[in-house]
Design a protein around this ligand. Structure first.
Ligand SMILES: Cc1cc2nc3c(=O)[nH]c(=O)nc-3n(C[C@H](O)[C@H](O)[C@H](O)COP(=O)(O)OP(=O)(O)OC[C@H]3O[C@@H](n4cnc5c(N)ncnc54)[C@H](O)[C@@H]3O)c2cc1C
Length: 319
């Protein structure tokens, strides 16, 4: 019997399972879909708190993750790179609420703002190339002896014969898995285009036509986006894609002729608050780690560290 089973193989499940094993705990993963088919594989993915709550905990988890990603930026093959970028505003705005977590956040000078913007901040944060990074996490997990079983779990209690502690990292799937009616999809549509030579990212959350972002990676750029609450369809909408490309090209004209490589949709696991806690009263000790909204990558390491402490406490209540 593995002592711990982690349900889910997105960025939250992989990070949590990896940290469990690297802390000497016997953990394995059970997941309905492999990393490449999860929401995590679609993420842009900048270190940036977005649609995740409560703010004080997000700041704490995000700070820990930022530190870890800074270290990973020096690891070849991890897919993490520190990049400068801009949060653009159409009206004057205070410092971003999360700026205490990021050294060196600076207000932009007028000359740095694209046409149509009144204000903005610039900062350097990790950009995580998810297909590369998820493979890196998989390799690191496998190197500790960790295994992944592909299986749909219908109730965590069914794992009682197989594990002493179960960690629920099922993302949006947690809604059905544990009957959490507060879970809602926040649909995000993106385009992947060939990178025409960009190295800085842009974010505009205020665009009246929809959240707009440009995230350059090694070979491609992620162009977004949408944040449609309650929308379940994973089929990309061609009209939405045209509108995203138009908005992003207005921000960076070199994108207008960039070759489109792929259209994708991901369903962010929306919840009024991230659920990171133990649940008592089940057949198996259960730790929840889900509901990270638009910030799963941003919070991954901080939440995994807390989940590991909870698991260790459940395995050894006296310790
Ligand atoms: C367009 C877009 C852009 C984004 N950009 C960013 C960004 O810039 N920065 C950032 O931090 N975040 C970003 N996000 C959000 C981020 O992608 C999510 O918060 C994160 O991927 C959630 O990870 P997860 O591991 O909880 O869920 P998922 O990646 O969805 O993984 C869930 C796992 O649980 C498994 N599972 C579910 N139900 C069951 C079950 N019953 N039995 C067994 N297995 C089950 C699934 O198969 C899967 O393996 C973005 C998301 C989108 C869509």
């Amino acid at each position: 019997m593995a002592k711990v089973v982690v349900i889910g193989c997105g960025v939250i499940g992989l990070t949590t399972a990896l940290l469990l094993r690297e802390n000497g705990l016997d953990a394995r993963i059970v997941a309905a879909a492999p990393p490449q088919e999860t929401t995590s594989a679609v993420a842009a993915a900048i270190w940036y708190p977005y649609r995740a709550y409560p703010e004080d905990a997000v700041l704490r988890w995000g700070s820990r993750a930022l530190e870890t990603f800074e270290g990973l930026a020096a690891v070849p093959g991890a897919g993490v790179r520190m990049r400068e970028g801009f949060e653009l505003r159409r009206v004057s705005a205070p410092e971003p609420w999360w700026s205490a977590a990021v050294p060196g956040v600076r207000r932009c000078g007028r000359e740095e703002l694209p046409p149509g913007y009144r204000d903005g901040h610039t900062f350097v944060v990790p950009v995580v190339e998810m297909p590369v990074y998820l493979r890196y996490l998989q390799r690191r997990f496998a190197a500790t002896g960790g295994t992944v079983e592909r299986r749909v779990v219908s109730d965590p209690d069914e794992m009682a014969e197989e594990a002493r502690v179960v960690v629920n990292c099922a993302g949006l799937g947690a809604g059905e898995l544990v009957g959490d009616g507060s879970m809602t999809p926040i649909r995000g549509q993106i385009l992947r285009v060939r990178n025409p030579g960009l190295d800085r990212f842009f974010l505009d959350e205020d665009d009246p036509e929809g959240v707009t972002y440009v995230v350059p990676r090694s070979e491609d750029c992620i162009l977004g986006g949408t944040a449609d609450e309650g929308a379940w369809t994973t089929e990309p909408d061609p009209e939405v894609a045209d509108a995203i490309l138009r908005r992003c090209s207005a921000l960076e004209p070199r994108l207008a002729d960039a070759e489109v490589l792929e259209h994708r949709v991901g369903l962010r696991p929306g919840r009024p608050e991230v659920r990171l806690e133990m649940e008592a009263g089940r057949n198996v000790s259960l730790v929840h780690n889900y509901g990270h909204g638009g910030s799963g990558v941003t919070l991954s390491w901080g939440c995994a560290e807390e989940a590991v402490r909870m698991v260790a406490g459940a395995l050894d209540p006296a310790g």
